[in-house]
Write a protein that binds this ligand. Structure first.
Ligand SMILES: [Zn+2]
Length: 209
């Protein structure tokens, strides 16, 4: 699997570009900004973009989705429980001093357990409400890799004080879903360095009982 991670935009959101080496089909997760750079990576690997997955509708994760869709024709997947945050994008842009990306149309709302594919790449959708109501993670079982959005960070968890956030729900999502994954699963958080489930199980202060 081709996997490039670039930190995009002023808030340095980790954007993943995943590609299948055989079919050259790809998916991009959290194109928050810097679409020119994302397109250059796709071109460098000769990848055809098939899916744009947004882990949640905060501007730093969704801000470049429209532009990437316009450039590639790939559909935008985002859980419908974040529709209220999509409607708030102009306000989010104002808060963050970023450009309003315009109205983002969701092409499909991934359900819990659904498989998102591009060529041989298969990511399983894990709905993890808490940071936002519609937050999701994508788990690539064969590669033991979790794209975690802002649900889990190295040594921390997503904030829950923004609209739609719930501390109770994020803890439930982490304990019931994420900590079920194997210890050697690599976690790609929405911001900051990579980690593993095992490290977070041991060290993350928010995950201690
Ligand atoms: Zn967020």
């Amino acid at each position: 699997m081709i996997h490039e991670i670039i930190a995009v935009g002023p808030l340095q959101c980790n954007c993943s570009i995943l590609g299948d080496e055989v079919s050259h089909e790809a998916m991009v997760i959290d194109p928050g900004a810097d679409v020119t750079e994302i397109l250059a990576i796709l071109a460098r690997h000769a990848l055809k973009l098939k899916q744009i997955v947004v882990t949640h509708a905060h501007l730093d994760h969704i801000g470049g989705a429209n532009e990437l869709k316009a450039a590639t024709g790939a559909p935008i997947l985002l859980n419908e429980n974040d529709a209220a945050l999509v409607a708030m994008l102009p306000m989010q842009a104002q808060w963050l001093g970023m450009r309003d990306p315009g109205k983002v149309l969701i092409d499909a709302s991934p359900k819990h357990g659904e498989k998102v594919t591009a060529g041989a790449l298969t990511g399983e959708v894990i709905l993890t409400p808490g940071h936002t109501e519609g937050s999701l993670c994508l788990y690539f079982a064969p590669e033991k890799k979790l794209i975690a959005g802002d649900t889990l960070f190295a040594g921390s968890i997503g904030r829950t004080d923004l609209p739609g956030g719930s501390y109770e729900k994020i803890l439930r999502s982490l304990h019931n879903e994420i900590l079920e994954l194997p210890d050697d699963c690599v976690v790609v958080p929405g911001h900051g360095p990579l980690t593993t489930i095992g490290e977070e199980r041991e060290e993350n202060p928010f995950l201690q009982q």
